[in-house]
Ligand binder design. Structure first.
Ligand code: GAR
Length: 196
C-alpha cells in the first residue's frame, strides 16, 4: 500500500518493480490526501485501486487519521509506504500500522526534517545531502533509520536539480528495501532495523 501526495515517481518505481513476481511485493492500493495528482494517474494506469482522503472532508484531524487507518486497513497491506505523502499521521494510524509504515525523505536525517528538506539543505550550504528511508514513529521524521544514500551538492545546484539527483538514489533505495522487507521480513530493536 502506497500513500502519495504529488508526482509519484517513487510510486512508479514500486509499481514497475512489482510487475516481476520474484520482487516479492506488489502495490495493492494507492491512497492520496488530495485529488488530481500525477501519482493517482500512475496508479490508475497500472490498474491499482486508489482512494482520496482529504483533511478538509473530515470534522477534524483526529477523524481524518481514523478514516485513513480504516481506508488503508481495507486493503490488508503487509507494509505501508509513504512516498511523497505530505501529511503526518496521528496516533490512530500508528496504533494500527506502526512498525510497518515506512517513509522516504529527501535529506540525511536527522538533518533537515519536514517538508522543505532539499531547500533547507541547500540554504544551509551543506556539501553532502541525500535520502533516508525510515520507519515512521510519532515524531516528525524521527523514526528508526532503515538506510541512507548520500548525494553531493554541486556549486550550481538549484532545489530542482538537487532534488532530481536525490530522487534518483531515493527510488533505488526504496525499491531495494521494500522488496527485501517483503521477501525476508524485518525486526526493529533499539532503533536498528534488521531485514532478514
Ligand atoms: C520525494 O523526494 C520524497 O522524499 C519527498 O517528496 C518527494 C516525492 O516525490 N517527501 C518529503 O519531502 C516528505 N517530507 P514523488 O512524488 O515523485 O515520489
Amino acid at each position: 500500500m502506497v500513500l502519495v501526495s504529488g508526482a509519484g515517481t517513487n510510486l512508479a518505481a514500486l509499481l514497475e518493480a512489482g510487475v516481476d513476481p520474484a520482487y516479492g511485493a506488489r502495490v495493492v492500493a494507492v491512497g492520496s490526501d488530495r485529488p488530481g495528482t500525477e501519482a493517482l494517474e500512475r496508479a490508475d494506469r497500472a490498474g491499482v485501486a486508489t482512494f482520496v482522503h482529504r483533511v478538509a472532508d473530515c470534522v477534524d484531524r483526529a477523524a481524518w487519521d481514523v478514516g485513513l487507518a480504516d481506508l488503508v486497513a481495507a486493503h490488508q497491506p503487509d507494509l505501508v509506504v509513504s512516498a511523497g505523502f505530505m501529511k503526518l499521521v496521528g496516533p490512530a494510524f500508528l496504533a494500527r500500522f506502526g512498525g510497518r509504515f515506512v517513509n522516504t525523505h529527501p535529506a540525511l536525517l536527522p538533518a533537515f526534517p519536514g517538508t522543505h528538506a532539499v531547500a533547507d539543505a541547500l540554504a544551509h550550504g551543506v556539501r553532502v545531502t541525500g535520502a533516508t528511508l525510515f520507519m515512521v514513529d510519532e515524531g516528525v521524521d524521527t523514526g528508526a533509520i532503515i538506510d541512507q544514500r548520500a548525494v553531493r551538492v554541486a556549486d550550481d545546484d538549484t532545489v530542482a536539480s538537487l532534488h532530481g539527483r536525490i530522487k534518483d538514489v531515493e527510488r533505488t533505495m526504496l525499491v531495494e528495501h521494500v522488496g527485501a522487507m517483503a521477501r525476508k521480513g524485518w525486526t526493529i530493536h533499539d532503533r536498528r532495523v534488521t531485514i532478514s
